[in-house]
Every structure is written in structure tokens, then in C-alpha cells.
Write a protein that binds this ligand. Structure first.
Ligand code: HEM
Length: 424
């Protein structure tokens, strides 16, 4: 059994407030930029099957800029608290940000097709930031004796991150040199390893500590946790083998095993919910649940496609459900809990009194975000299937409105944490 209340004595292991919050603030910024870029590339989205252009830029602003950025901020702050091991070097965490965030902006410019010469400088900077994150987090996880299951998920996710980076760099080189025999297959491999291996395994692992913590559940059983990891890793390895050996049939088996991993994960989340001392979870849990539905729907859509059944604009729809329906929904749901929660740990309030989490959040912008995000997901998905650009455009506008509201929420939290706590 894993302890749900792992935060005991956590204040001692808090990083300077500026470290995690620069990542969360940047995630909110890239979120807005991603929807804006998607609006720009809306006409290309339904038939998108890869290649440079605004859609590729928007995809990476969303995946690297929001999903990875939030995961990095959360890892830097929450892992030292959960593992009771301090981060080796705080300046390295800061440096990773200053490589990754500007690198990503330059990379996105290169990917948009507007400035090819920006591709390599952007990729090198962004990947250097990611590698520094992998080094710091790998070191922390290696010392995480008390949470072997979370450490194992994190370790596997970091290996997948290395694979993602390697494939991403290979693809960029191939744009100008054309050395890959099957560029499209490597792109699919890159997407699968990034979304399911890197982000998916991080979500699986961190959920084991974050979800029980927010629900105030007593425990989550450990054995199914190992099973979800084993199944998840097996699915990704099988999928990678299928790509590398040009055996697309293996995708079907990989997706079936992936569905079994997802089912095990949902059983664990249900166990946390059943032993919860706090059942009223508000909007963030609505988003987490919607994200879980997106995870299952995405895997099912992948299975239908892998079985050779035709869905109109199937590849774009599959990517949309996995990246936005599952991962972006889940990550924005978790972020809206993590940010006020960490802020309350930092903020001391006047007279040294503790500050309530509810004083550090902003409900209205979060409601606007949830509505905008939900609408955007449905409208764009319909636009992809019906091949109707106008629906994609409307969806991107709704997503943009939601992202602006989310940025307002993030702004409120950041201003409050600096107002109430000693800035560092
Ligand atoms: C969380 C990390 C990442 C995610 C989730 C991700 C996701 C994706 C997705 C969904 C695609 C479209 C796949 C397709 O064409 O079928 C893609 C393509 C691509 N990615 Fe990434 N990516 C990530 C990181 C990176 C990084 C770090 C780089 C650069 C080093 C990179 C470079 C590329 C390139 C060059 C393509 C274009 C492939 C093509 O020609 O279609 N990606 N990525």
C-alpha cells in the first residue's frame, strides 16, 4: 500500500517559489499560443498526416509547451517532496527552463514552415533543456527508495523521452537530407513514444500520488500499480517493434495491451475514489474524469484504425483525441489543483497565518476554461470527421477563449503567491 498523505514535513523541501511557477506560468502562456497557432492552421488540421506547417507547430506548442512544461514544473517540486530527496542542483532546474522555453519558441517557428533555419537551433536548445530535466529527475528518482513504483514509472517515462528526442531530431534531419526510408513510420513511432511512453507513463505514475493526495484517500494498492506499468511498457515496446520491423499488425496487439493498462489504471483510480475522505472534488475532477474518458476513447479509436476500419481523417482524429481529449484535459485539470495547493504551501499570509487553498484560486476563469475546452474538443473533432474547416476554426476560437481564461487563473495564483509569501 502507498501512503496518500506523503506531504508530511513537505515545507522543508519546497523549492524557491519562482522555480515551479515559472514552468506553470509558461505552460499557461504556451497554451494560449498553441490555440492561436491552431486557429492559423485550422484549414490543414482535418487532413493532417505530418510535415511542417502551422499544425505541426501548434502540436508541439501544446505537447511540449503545455504538457511537458507542466510535467517538468510538477516533477521538480513534487518529486523532492514525495521522495523526501532534495533536487541535486536548483540552478540546473532554472537553466533547463532557460534552454527549453526559448528553444521551444524557436523550434515552433521553424516547424511552422515560416523559417526553416530556426528548426535546428530551436531543436538543440529545447532538447538540451529536456535532457537537463531528464538528468535531474533521473537522479532524484534513483534516490527515491521510499516510492519504488513512482520511481519506476518515472524512469520508464524518461527512457521514452530520450526515444522521443532521438526520433524528433532524426525527423528534423530528414526534412533537409531525406535519409529515412520511411519518414511517416518514424513520425508515428515518435508520436506514440512521446504521447503514450513519455507523457502517458508520467500520468500513470504521478496519478498514484497526486490523485490519492487530493482525494485524501488512505491508500492505493501497489500490485495493480506494477501491473499497469508492466502492461504500459509492454504495449509501447510492442508498438515500437512493429514500427521498426514494419509489422503494423503489432499495433493491434499493442493497443489491446494498452487498453488493459488503462483499465488497470482506472481500477486504481476507483480504489482511491472509494477510500476518499473528500468526495466533493469540483471542476478539476470533472476534467480528470473527462481526460480518462478521452484516454479510453483514444485507444479505441487507435484500435479501430489499426484493424483497418476506415474513419474519415482517422489519423488526425486519433491524434486529437489522445493529445487534447486525454492529455491536455488531464493536465489542465491537475494544474488547477497543483498551482493553488503549492501556492498555499509557499504563502504564509499576514502575521504568519496559513493561507487557505480556496483563497488562492479563481473559480470563474476556471469555469470558462472548462466550457471553452470542452466545446473546442467536440467542435474540432467534428470538424475533422466531417472535413469542415469552419468547425475547426470555431473550435480553435473556443479553445483560445478557454486558454485565455486559464491564463487569467494562473495569473491570479502567481500574483497571490508573490503578494502573500516571501518571493524567492
Ligand atoms: C512531449 C513531446 C512530444 C510530443 C507529444 C510530440 C508529438 C508529435 C506529434 C503528434 C507529431 C505528428 C506525428 C505525425 O506526423 O504523424 C510529431 C511530429 C514531429 N515531431 Fe514531435 N513531439 C514531441 C517532441 C518533439 C521534439 C522534442 C522534437 C524535436 C527534437 C520533435 C520533432 C518532431 C518533428 C520534426 C515532427 C515531424 C514529423 C513529420 O514530418 O510529420 N518532437 N510530434
Amino acid at each position: 500500500m502507498m501512503p496518500g498523505g506523503f506531504m508530511g514535513g513537505a515545507k522543508d523541501r519546497l523549492l524557491p517559489v519562482s522555480v515551479p511557477f515559472r514552468f506553470f506560468g509558461a505552460a499557461a502562456f504556451f497554451h494560449v499560443l498553441a490555440w492561436l497557432t491552431l486557429l492559423w492552421g485550422a484549414d490543414d488540421l482535418p487532413r493532417f498526416i505530418g510535415g511542417p506547417g502551422p499544425v505541426l507547430a501548434a502540436l508541439h506548442l501544446m505537447t511540449l509547451g503545455v504538457l511537458a512544461m507542466a510535467a517538468i514544473g510538477a516533477s521538480y517540486q513534487l518529486l523532492p517532496v514525495a521522495t523526501r530527496q532534495p533536487l541535486a542542483r536548483v540552478w540546473m532546474a532554472r537553466l533547463s527552463f532557460w534552454l527549453f522555453a526559448p528553444g521551444l519558441l524557436i523550434l515552433a517557428l521553424g516547424m511552422s514552415g515560416e523559417a526553416d533555419s530556426a528548426l535546428w537551433p530551436g531543436a538543440i536548445l529545447a532538447c538540451a533543456g529536456l535532457l537537463l530535466f531528464a538528468l535531474l529527475t533521473g537522479d532524484n528518482l534513483r534516490r527515491a527508495g521510499s516510492l519504488p513504483i513512482v520511481a519506476a514509472h518515472g524512469g520508464a517515462a524518461l527512457v521514452a523521452l530520450l526515444g522521443t528526442i532521438a526520433a524528433g531530431l532524426l525527423l528534423i534531419g530528414d526534412f533537409s537530407h531525406g535519409y529515412l526510408a520511411d519518414h511517416a513510420s518514424v513520425a508515428v513511432l515518435h508520436m506514440g513514444v512521446a504521447a503514450f511512453g513519455f507523457m502517458g507513463l508520467l500520468v500513470f505514475g504521478y496519478s498514484l500520488i497526486l490523485v490519492p493526495m487530493y482525494l485524501l484517500s488512505r491508500s492505493v494498492p501497489t500490485r495493480p500499480g506494477w501491473l499497469q506499468l508492466g502492461l504500459g511498457v509492454a504495449a509501447i515496446l510492442l508498438f515500437a517493434a512493429g514500427r521498426l520491423m514494419a509489422l503494423p499488425l503489432l499495433d493491434v496487439f499493442a493497443l489491446l495491451i494498452g487498453l488493459a493498462a488503462a483499465a488497470t489504471y482506472l481500477v486504481l483510480m476507483r480504489a482511491a475514489w472509494k477510500s476518499a475522505m473528500r468526495r466533493r472534488q469540483g471542476l478539476s475532477f470533472v476534467l480528470l474524469r473527462a481526460g480518462w474518458a478521452g484516454m479510453v476513447l483514444g485507444l479505441l479509436a487507435g484500435l479501430v484504425l489499426a484493424a483497418g476500419i476506415d474513419i474519415p481523417n482517422g489519423p488526425a482524429l486519433f491524434g486529437w483525441i489522445v493529445l487534447v481529449g486525454w492529455l491536455l484535459t488531464f493536465v489542465t485539470g491537475i494544474l488547477q489543483r497543483i498551482m493553488p495547493f503549492l501556492a498555499s504551501m509557499h504563502a504564509t499570509g499576514r502575521g504568519g497565518k496559513p493561507v487557505r487553498v480556496s483563497d488562492l484560486t479563481a473559480e470563474l476563469p476556471l469555469r470558462i476554461h472548462a466550457v471553452g475546452h470542452g466545446l473546442a474538443f467536440v467542435l474540432v473533432a467534428l470538424g475533422i470527421v466531417l472535413d469542415l474547416n469552419v468547425l475547426v476554426q470555431l473550435g480553435a476560437v473556443a479553445g483560445l477563449a478557454g486558454a485565455l481564461a486559464f491564463a487569467a487563473f494562473a495569473g491570479v495564483v502567481i500574483v497571490q503567491v508573490y503578494r502573500l509569501g516571501p518571493p524567492s
